[in-house]
Design a protein around this ligand. Structure first.
Ligand code: ADP
Ligand code: MG
Length: 289
């Protein structure tokens, strides 16, 4: 299989062509049309074998996940996904692996009416880099730096589920990128982040970017039954959203989420367990530690 054949067989497959894709896979670069009045949002994430997935992780999951983690970032910004680029480094040619990887990737891509518009292929230690692009109307993107004193802090889904799966060495939970929720929050939330490094670490990013502090109540955080609070809120890879909403907009939230605390003027994050202030050592996942 030549590089060209691999691209043709597994990636340049039939897609419902978006009207904003003038030229997709096949030339030196894609040509794209941005909708008027919209802002373009771009993000990228790399998955590396033995860092982000195991050698035995099934390729369908890797394909799905490599796109899902990127969509989670678009969700956190309130963006509508549009396009993706895929850079693959493969150690060998493996038809079964590529077939399943491609199926996982395109399955999710289709769910959001996205198009794969290009990428790259190289030989080396297995890693997958995906870039995604999305749109938001001008000034409606959700940001980390917008939290205001008095905002209520919310999370979607359950916290620590992925971490629980990981320590049990089971397969990865399927990530459901919170795109729908992110879009609904555009005109409601003051700030938003996706939880990739753990709730405490990621909420702290909002607090620092917004120059505010907060308190949260441990007993309100939706956590898997079998997990300790500490493990749940410091373990990464939840890909849920954490966001802040002013009091007068709370009734506009139209999806399931849980209020876990409130933004305060005093800097730092205070964690209460039934009125008792507690301290937690570990903050969250970090590379190079
Ligand atoms: P170039 O050598 O000019 O960089 P390539 O030969 O690498 O181009 O790629 C040919 C075309 O195939 C380009 O349009 C590129 O975007 C696309 N492409 C390459 N790898 C992938 C991939 N893994 N998935 C989707 N498209 C790809
Ligand atoms: Mg070229």
């Amino acid at each position: 299989m030549t590089e060209f054949n691999i691209i043709e067989k597994y990636f340049n497959i039939k897609q419902n062509k978006r009207p904003d894709v003038v030229l997709g896979i096949g030339d030196d670069a894609a040509i794209l049309e941005c909708p008027p009045g919209q802002q373009l949002l771009l993000t990228t994430d790399t998955l590396v074998e033995n860092t982000h997935f195991f050698s035995y992780t099934d390729p369908y999951t890797i394909g799905y996940r490599s796109l899902a983690v990127n969509l989670s970032d678009l969700a956190a910004m309130g963006a509508t996904p549009a396009w993706a680029l895929l850079s693959l480094v493969l150690s060998e040619f493996n038809d079964d692996w590529l077939t399943n990887f491609s199926a996982g990737f395109f399955n999710l891509l289709k769910q959001y009416q996205m198009n794969l518009i290009g990428g790259n292929l190289a030989k080396g230690p297995l890693s997958i880099t995906v870039q995604v692009a999305g749109f938001v109307s001008k000034h409606q993107a959700l940001v980390r730096h917008g939290a205001k004193v008095g905002d209520y802090i919310f999370v979607t889904g359950k916290i620590g589920e992925a971490h629980a799966e990981l320590i049990n060495h089971q397969s990865f939970l399927t990530i459901t990128p919170r795109i729908k929720e992110g879009i609904a929050l555009r005109t409601i939330a003051h700030s938003c982040i996706d939880i990739s490094d753990g709730l405490l670490a990621d909420l702290t990013h909002i607090l620092e970017a917004s120059h505010v502090g907060a308190h949260i109540q441990l007993e309100k955080i939706p956590v898997s039954a079998e997990l300790s609070w500490e493990a749940a809120i410091t373990g990464g890879e939840d890909y849920e959203l954490c966001f802040t909403v002013p009091e007068n907009k709370i009734n506009l939230i139209n999806f399931d989420c849980t209020c876990i605390g409130r933004i305060e003027a005093k800097s730092g994050l205070r964690i209460f367990n039934h009125e008792k202030l507690i301290s937690i050592e570990k903050q969250g996942w970090q590379h190079f530690c």
